[in-house]
Design a protein. Structure first.
Length: 330
């Protein structure tokens, strides 16, 4: 066991953990068709969790902000997207693939735009006065989360809100005995595209270099004359927009949403961030995939343990690597 953990602990070794989990599940499940269906569902779920968690991880790592109000952006993104889809119901019901795609794109863009604006307001008005004070951050962001939930209740009501799906994302692909839901495959592909974009920005641009340097050693970056605080609002807006997009995709995944949706997801989102390591996009992706796969595999093999599986996973990983799998903060 010690040799195994040492091997996985070397550079890049932890990246094999999702594959190891999938292989173990394949042996335990036995039926290849069920395993493929569960794996696709887990990967899709993981990618949506990645979108919600990636911004929170950067905010933790760079800004040292405990933002428990992050769930508000998830919930608002879901409801804004659902409302746009409802308004474009004629496009969703049309036989035209192009109109279906335009309706979906418009709903996602509306969620992203709302996330950007709300993130700017949240950072400027709520977060900025409580930098470097974790207790006040927790209290004020939890209060903001409660206010956001009540605002959603006031505008959309407390009954579950139905979310429309474009016709081209309905149904499943049947390949032999394997059934792959089209929306889940789409969610996975979109999540991969967002990850690639974030990776390129953080590793191939000057802004990304400053963000990563700020995560590693903020004091040194400031000593070199760069204003790290100017990056804060941009990072916060980006994180809020990603959370809103994740909420919009989750809304299409569930098809029924409630004002408490974001708060219900935040426990899992925080688990993803902790497992992956603060400030690390790659770590967040790794943690999200592990959580998504474990949730689906355990839910199939041992339904009574489904709710506890993520906590058990987090405890096991933290006992092995207390700072997470791939932390940016050393």
């Amino acid at each position: 066991m010690t040799a195994l953990t040492t091997t996985l602990g070397r550079a890049g070794g932890v990246n094999l953990l999702p594959l190891a989990v999938a292989l173990i599940a394949f042996v335990l499940i036995g039926a290849p068709s069920s395993w493929v269906t569960l794996t696709v569902a887990g990967l899709a779920m993981g990618m949506m969790l990645f979108l919600m968690a990636s911004g929170l991880s950067l905010v933790f790592g760079l800004m040292d902000v405990l933002n428990f109000g992050h769930s508000a952006f998830v919930s608002f993104g879901a409801f804004v997207s659902a409302s746009v889809l409802a308004g474009l119901g004629g496009w969703l019901a049309a036989d035209s693939w192009a109109l279906n795609a335009l309706a979906l794109a418009a709903s996602y863009l509306a969620a992203i735009l709302f996330g950007l604006i709300a993130g700017w307001f949240f950072e400027t008005v709520i977060i900025r006065p409580v930098y470097r004070d974790h207790l006040r951050q927790i209290l004020i962001t939890i209060g903001a989360m409660i206010v956001a939930e009540q605002t959603i209740l006031a505008f959309w009501g407390g009954t579950p809100y139905s979310v429309g799906r474009p016709a081209f994302l309905e149904g499943s692909w049947i390949i032999g005995d394997v059934s792959i839901e089209i929306y889940r495959a789409f969610a996975f592909a979109l999540g991969v595209a967002v990850f690639v974009m974030l990776y390129l920005v953080l590793n191939r641009t000057r802004i990304g270099l400053l963000i990563r340097a700020g995560v590693e050693d903020r004091e040194m970056v400031e000593a070199l004359g760069f204003r790290v605080d100017r990056l804060f609002i941009g990072v916060f807006m980006l994180g809020s927009a990603l959370a809103a997009l994740g909420g919009a995709m989750w809304a299409g995944y569930e098809t029924l949403i409630t004002p408490h949706m974001g708060a219900d997801l935040m426990i899992v989102v925080f688990i993803v961030v902790i497992i992956g390591g603060l400030g690390s996009i790659e770590g967040t992706l790794l943690g999200a995939l592990l959580v998504g796969l474990m949730s689906n595999y355990v839910g199939f093999l041992a339904p009574k343990l489904a709710l506890a599986s993520n906590m058990i996973l987090m405890v096991a990983i933290l006992l092995w690597r207390p700072n997470g799998l791939r932390p940016a903060v050393k």
